[in-house]
Design a protein around this ligand. Structure first.
Ligand code: 2BA
Ligand code: 2BA
Length: 107
């Protein structure tokens, strides 16, 4: 058995957890903060059989990989026109650790 410890962007957590539970896995969600930015993120811990790890990591790849999105900046006035500028921002990202589990009990 393995324990997957995955730190994800809080915005992606809902989609990741939905897919994980839909596929029959159990998870525990912790509200955490990154040590560098000191901003909130989410840590998911998932105990799973060894042969299921790839399937679970694939869910993280699909639902929380780093990607770029275009967002509209707030409108600014240039001459007589209101302009919004689309800018590219990086969102998401997952840091995933897979640990060996020595013992597992459900009491
Ligand atoms: P339990 O299996 O007794 O799990 C209680 C809580 O322990 C879970 O809360 C979760 O926080 C944690 N947990 C259990 N197994 C885990 C694992 N392998 N890895 C990480 N954390 C684990 P919930 O997720 O809210 O689940 C509440 C109850 O709902 C569970 O009780 C189980 O009976 C059921 N359940 C959980 N996931 C399910 C799923 N994907 N499909 C159907 N039923 C599920
Ligand atoms: P990421 O590397 O994508 O990491 C996102 C969050 O994942 C981190 O939040 C941290 O909570 C967790 N994490 C990443 N690697 C980890 C590890 N080896 N062990 C435990 N937790 C880990 P933050 O610490 O707030 O970092 C946010 C972003 O700032 C990082 O994105 C990285 O791009 C950058 N960063 C982190 N530490 C840095 C440092 N010492 N110097 C420069 N940039 C750093």
């Amino acid at each position: 058995m393995k324990l997957i410890v995955a730190i994800v962007n809080t915005d992606d957590c809902h989609a990741v957890l939905g897919e994980i539970t839909r596929n029959g896995f159990s998870a525990t969600k912790l509200s955490t903060s990154g040590g560098f930015l000191r901003a909130g993120n989410t840590t998911l811990i998932i105990g799973a059989e060894d042969e299921k790890v790839t399937e679970i990591v694939d869910i993280f790849k699909q639902f929380s990989s780093k990607r770029t999105e275009m967002i509209e900046t707030s409108p600014s006035i240039t001459g007589e026109a209101f302009l919004t500028m689309p800018v590219e921002v990086t969102v998401g990202g997952a840091t995933v650790f897979v640990l060996d589990v020595e013992q597992f009990y459900k009491l």
